[in-house]
Write a protein that binds this ligand. Structure first.
Ligand SMILES: NCc1[nH]cc(CCC(=O)O)c1CC(=O)O
Length: 314
């Protein structure tokens, strides 16, 4: 399908030997959007309850996927995002549920952000007069990361794009004895492709996302990634995957590990529900093959399970 080898090579052992390794389930991390038991499942993006997570993790392992990226917010939200630090939050319970069936054989990644906890839907908290309280936000995200690590997260994912956040998260993790926990900060371009996620997770920002990078300033993205790396990032999550693919070779060339996140809008627009209810993900497989060729270490996607099933059939 994606092979540029001469025709005489197409079906030969020599051709297979010389081809780049094809996409495999191990390359993929499955995104889990967690909803409360009482919440409606009628949302633009698929969701799971905490009770469903162990079964999903087992199913994923059976098709060769050993990592999940968890997003979870709170029902009650306030100006200071206090729910982000609760020790019995939906996120904490979801992390435990993901670790329950297979323990360390499942790598658990989290989103570490305030947008699911603020009454504004902003990724940061504000002071009484509505100004961004940058230091307070960074401190809250660092404390949130420590709570997630204590619950069993392997890689936390600060996603507010606030300067100094990665460094603060690293310090908070180390202070609490979580030196082995990794950090994958989100490097986010402004995009129209997040709508499905935002409405599913009730994280529509009242004041936009002022820290996200303009697509017309790729040099700002590179500078941010370098800064995150200096602050202690182990790998950078790049989103939206398709609209930032040019950055994959640029960042890997600078020695930075990159994990593109194929976001909600990519899933909704590039897959199709088939007659049997499953989703046709052929176009996404082509995109992910390109991302792998470009040097991505992993690809984070809502379609991981569907794609692994197809890869196994081949
Ligand atoms: N809090 C940042 C964040 N976390 C997940 C997404 C989007 C993910 C998706 O669309 O699948 C975003 C971007 C945003 O809301 O601006």
């Amino acid at each position: 399908m994606l092979n540029s080898a001469p025709p005489r090579f197409m079906a030969s052992a020599a051709g297979a030997y010389l081809a780049a390794p094809p996409l495999s389930p191990e390359d993929l991390t499955m995104v889990l959007l967690v909803r409360q038991d009482k919440d409606s499942a009628d949302t633009p993006m698929p969701t799971v309850t905490v009770g469903e997570i162990p079964g999903v993790v087992r199913e994923l392992a059976a098709v060769g996927i050993h990592s999940v990226k968890i997003f979870a917010g709170a029902r009650r939200r306030d100006r200071l995002a206090s729910g982000a630090l609760k020790k019995d939050s939906l996120m904490v319970r979801a992390i435990g549920a993901a670790k329950e069936p297979l323990g360390s054989a499942t790598t658990v990644l989290t989103e570490t952000c305030l947008c699911g906890y603020t009454d504004s839907g902003n990724c940061y908290v504000t002071n009484g007069s509505g100004m961004i309280a940058e230091r307070r936000s960074v401190e809250a995200i660092a404390a949130q990361a420590a709570v997630q690590a204590a619950a069993g997260a392997d890689i936390v994912g600060p996603a507010a794009m606030l300067p100094g956040c990665t460094e603060a998260v690293r310090s908070a993790l180390d202070e609490d004895g979580h030196g082995g926990v990794g950090i994958m900060p989100h490097l986010i371009f402004s995009s129209s492709l997040y709508q499905g996620f935002r409405s599913t997770m009730h994280a529509e920002p009242r004041d936009g996302r002022p820290h996200q990078i303009s697509p017309f300033q790729p040099s700002a993205a590179l500078a941010s990634a370098l800064q995150m790396t200096r602050e202690g990032a182990d790998v950078v999550l790049l989103e939206p995957a398709l609209a930032s693919a040019d950055l994959v070779p640029a960042l890997t060339g600078a020695g930075i590990k990159v994990a593109p996140f194929s976001v909600s809008g990519e899933y909704l627009s590039l897959t199709r529900v088939q007659a049997d209810g499953t989703r046709d993900c052929t176009a996404l497989v082509e995109v992910y093959q390109m991302l792998k060729r470009s040097g991505a270490v992993r690809i984070i996607t809502y379609a991981a399970r569907d794609i692994a099933r197809v890869l196994h059939r081949c």
